[in-house]
Design a protein around this ligand. Structure first.
Ligand code: LMR
Length: 338
C-alpha cells in the first residue's frame, strides 16, 4: 500500500472509531426499576411519573425502564437483583426489609401505630424515617424516599368482625416477623408468600385470607376470590424507594442532581394520589358486588386493638425499643390508651 493510501485508510479508521465512541457516549444510562404491583396503583403511577420526569429533565441521557407486576422479579429475587446490580431501582414494601437484615423497618408493621397519613408523615418526613433509610447504606443500598400506599383491610371467605373470627385461618403475609406476630395474636396461621402468588393461592384455597390496602386488593382482583372484606385500618403498608448505592454514587453529578429532583417531585405526586387511589379502589370493590365490605364499629375496633397492640411489646427486641419509642414520640401514640 502506498503511503498516501495508508494514511487515508488510517484516517478513515480513526473517523470510524471516533464515530463509534461518540455513539457509545450518546448511549443513555439505563435504570431498570422493578416492582410487583399493577401500573394503576399509587406505586405504579409514581414509577411512571419518575420515568417521565427523569427522562425529560436529563434530555434523554437517562432511560428508565419500569417493570411492573413482578414482570422482571418477584419480591425476594428483586432485593438480591438490586444488590447484584441486575436492577438499579426498587420500591419494596417496608415489610420486606427483615430478610435483608434491616428489621427496624418492621416498626411500620406494628398494628394501629399510625392513626392516619398525617401521623405516618411525621415519621417518614422526619428524623426517624431518615435515620431508618440510613441503615440501608451498610447493605450497599441507598434509600431515596418513602412512597405511601395505605391502611390495610383484611379479607377472607367468612366475615371478619371480631378477633376470634380469625381462629385457624391461613392468612397470607409479607415476609415480616411482625406481621407473623400480628396474625398469631389473632389466632390465625400466617403464611409468607410472594405478592405475585397471592391471587392464585386465594383462588385455590392454599390460603384463606389476606391483608393489603384496597388499591392492591382491587388491582390484583383479590376481591373476586374473597367474599368478605373488613375495613379495619389495623396497619399500614408503604414503600422505600431504594437504589444500588455503587451505581447511584457513580452517576455523573449533574445527572444525579436531576434524578434527585425528579424523585422529589414523583414522591410529592405519589403522596397526593395514594389516599384517593385507595378510597376509589374500595368503592370499586363495593360496586363490583363480588365481596361484601364491612367497616368495624368503634367497639369492634377496640377489641382488635386490645388483641393486637401487645404485638408492639412482643416485637420490641426485634425492631428496637428506641425506634418504637421515637415513633410514639413523633406521633403521640400511647400503647396504653385504646
Ligand atoms: C405485598 O406483598 O402485599 C405488597 O408488598 C405488595 C406491594 O408492593 O404493595
Amino acid at each position: 500500500m502506498k503511503t498516501n493510501t495508508r494514511i487515508i485508510v488510517i484516517a478513515v479508521a480513526m473517523v470510524f472509531a471516533s464515530m463509534l465512541s461518540a455513539q457509545a457516549a450518546d448511549e443513555p444510562i439505563v435504570i431498570k426499576f422493578s416492582h410487583v404491583v399493577a401500573k394503576n396503583t399509587p406505586k405504579g403511577q409514581a414509577a411512571e411519573k419518575f420515568k417521565e420526569l427523569a427522562e425529560v429533565r436529563t434530555k434523554g441521557a437517562v432511560k428508565i425502564e419500569v417493570y411492573a407486576n413482578s414482570a422482571l422479579y418477584k419480591d425476594k429475587e428483586e432485593m438480591e437483583a438490586l444488590q447484584l446490580g441486575a436492577v438499579q431501582m426498587l420500591a419494596p414494601s417496608l415489610s420486606k426489609f427483615g430478610p435483608l437484615g434491616v428489621k427496624d423497618f418492621e416498626a411500620f408493621d406494628l398494628p394501629y401505630i399510625f392513626d392516619g397519613y398525617a401521623d405516618l408523615h411525621k415519621v417518614t418526613d422526619g428524623p426517624v424515617g431518615q435515620g431508618l433509610l440510613k441503615k440501608l447504606d451498610a447493605k450497599g443500598i441507598l434509600g431515596l424516599a418513602y412512597w405511601d400506599n395505605g391502611f390495610k383491610v383484611m379479607s377472607a371467605n367468612k366475615p371478619l368482625k371480631n378477633p376470634t373470627d380469625f381462629k385457624g385461618l391461613k392468612m397470607r403475609i409479607q415476609s415480616s416477623k411482625t406481621l407473623d406476630a400480628q396474625m398469631r395474636a389473632l389466632g390465625a396461621i400466617p403464611q409468607v408468600m410472594a405478592f405475585s402468588e397471592v391471587y392464585q393461592a386465594l383462588q385455590t384455597g392454599v390460603v384463606d385470607g389476606t391483608e393489603n390496602p384496597p388499591s392492591n386488593l382491587y388491582t390484583q382482583k383479590m376481591h373476586e376470590v374473597q367474599k368478605y372484606v373488613t375495613v379495619s385500618d389495623h396497619g399500614y403498608l408503604g414503600y422505600a424507594v431504594i437504589v444500588n448505592k455503587k451505581f447511584w454514587e457513580g452517576l455523573p453529578p449533574d445527572i444525579r442532581t436531576q434524578l434527585d429532583g425528579a424523585m422529589k417531585d414523583a414522591t410529592a405526586f405519589e403522596q397526593q394520589v395514594a389516599k384517593k387511589d385507595n378510597d376509589d379502589a374500595l368503592d370499586a370493590v363495593r360496586k363490583s358486588g363480588k365481596s361484601e365490605i364491612y367497616v368495624l364499629s368503634a367497639d369492634e375496633k377496640k377489641a382488635w386493638k386490645k388483641a393486637l397492640i401487645p404485638v408492639h411489646k412482643e416485637q420490641e427486641e426485634r425492631i428496637g425499643k428506641d425506634v418504637i419509642q421515637e415513633i410514639y414520640q413523633a406521633t403521640g401514640f400511647n400503647p396504653n390508651k385504646l
